[in-house]
Design a protein around this ligand. Structure first.
Ligand code: RP5
Length: 320
């Protein structure tokens, strides 16, 4: 189902709660939602041995000990929150375990403009802090993540068919046509990824995908006001239709027992290359490179981004 405007689930939840209405912004206006059936798998990258951008070693968690329901008496997760997070940048929560006089956070709800609702349903609060709904990670605290509980992101999967110079679609070894997507190389770990990013407080996810694509794949932050205006028009066309392909937990290496990434991923597909043909890719912000990359099951991408692409390939009956 192609949708033109989304009203996010979390926005509805906030509306029904009749409080903290600014939580997801007020801009979305109509309901039309695709419900993907994709479920997250058992997290693997969220148990990576060395925590990103640190020397911290996670407590090893074997596959069968990931669920909180499995008894694991020897479990002693390392406690780690990066100094940069403890310094309280705008997007970071207070350290609620030590700053006892800080105002309580509204878990499983909306805290002013901050959305603390999980796409995965209600999460547990244990010893005053949220518990990762996908299970143990070998590390407690927030690591590199600013929020306790869900840290919300949005991911634009921008696709086109791979064509030769005459405009003929090219097939892969399985005989199916090859799709390409806009991929960025992350500055922090040099891994290729979908150009997604964090949802700002009060922002709707449809605005986040557009903003992040502009910043990371088109370098909009470095543009003059005139160039930005022109780009806005092109992006209007580009992002006017899309399909939600995933909503939920991300197997991100930054996840901890108490803080984790969640996303809403959308596919924006340009069937005849009429939109993207006009737009020049240029890496910006957190991205060091950008390129059209062939979709394939053998790609090694950041977090669980490969799973989103598998869904896109399936939807378009593309080579995989
Ligand atoms: C992933 O991290 C999400 O899928 C999204 O692509 C990304 C957002 O984090 P930053 O790129 O802003 O670090 O979990």
């Amino acid at each position: 189902m192609i949708v033109t405007v989304w009203l996010s689930l979390e926005y509805l939840q906030c509306l029904f709660r009749r409080k903290n209405r600014g939580c997801m912004g007020n801009k979305a206006t109509a309901v039309a939602r695709f419900s993907p059936g994709m479920k997250p798998k058992c997290h693997v990258k969220a148990r990576c041995e060395i925590y990103p951008r640190s020397q911290i070693k996670r407590f090893p968690v074997p596959d069968d000990k990931v669920p909180w329901t499995t008894n694991f008496p020897e479990y002693k997760p390392v406690d780690y929150t990066a100094d940069s997070i403890l310094k309280r940048p705008v997007y970071a929560d207070p350290d609620i375990r030590t700053e006892k006089d800080s105002p309580p956070l509204t878990f499983n709800g909306c805290d002013g403009k901050i959305n603390r609702v999980s796409h995965m349903g209600k999460y547990e609060i244990v010893d005053g802090v949220p518990r990762n709904p996908q299970g143990r990670t070998g590390l407690k605290g927030r690591g590199q993540l600013g929020r306790w509980g869900p840290n919300h992101a949005a991911d634009p999967v921008v696709t086109r068919w791979k064509m030769d110079e005459s405009g003929k679609t090219l097939n892969g070894s399985d005989g199916r046509p090859v799709l390409q997507f806009v991929s960025v190389q992350r500055r922090d770990n040099h891994q290729w990824a979908i150009p997604g990013g964090m949802v700002d407080a009060g922002e709707v996810v449809t605005a986040t995908v557009r903003r992040e694509f502009g910043e990371e794949a088109l370098n909009s932050m470095e543009m003059s006001p005139e160039e930005k205006k022109r780009l806005e028009k092109e992006l209007d066309q580009l992002f006017s239709t899309g399909r939600e392909i995933y909503r939920g937990y991300v197997d991100d290496p930054r996840n901890t027992d108490n803080a984790w990434m969640e996303t809403v991923a959308f596919n924006f597909h340009d069937e005849d290359n009429s939109c993207f043909g006009k737009i020049k890719l240029c890496a910006g912000d957190d991205a060091m490179n950008v390129q059209w990359m062939d979709l394939s099951g053998s790609l090694d991408l950041y977090a669980s981004h490969i799973d989103f692409l598998a869904e896109v390939a399936k939807n378009h009956n593309a080579s995989w």
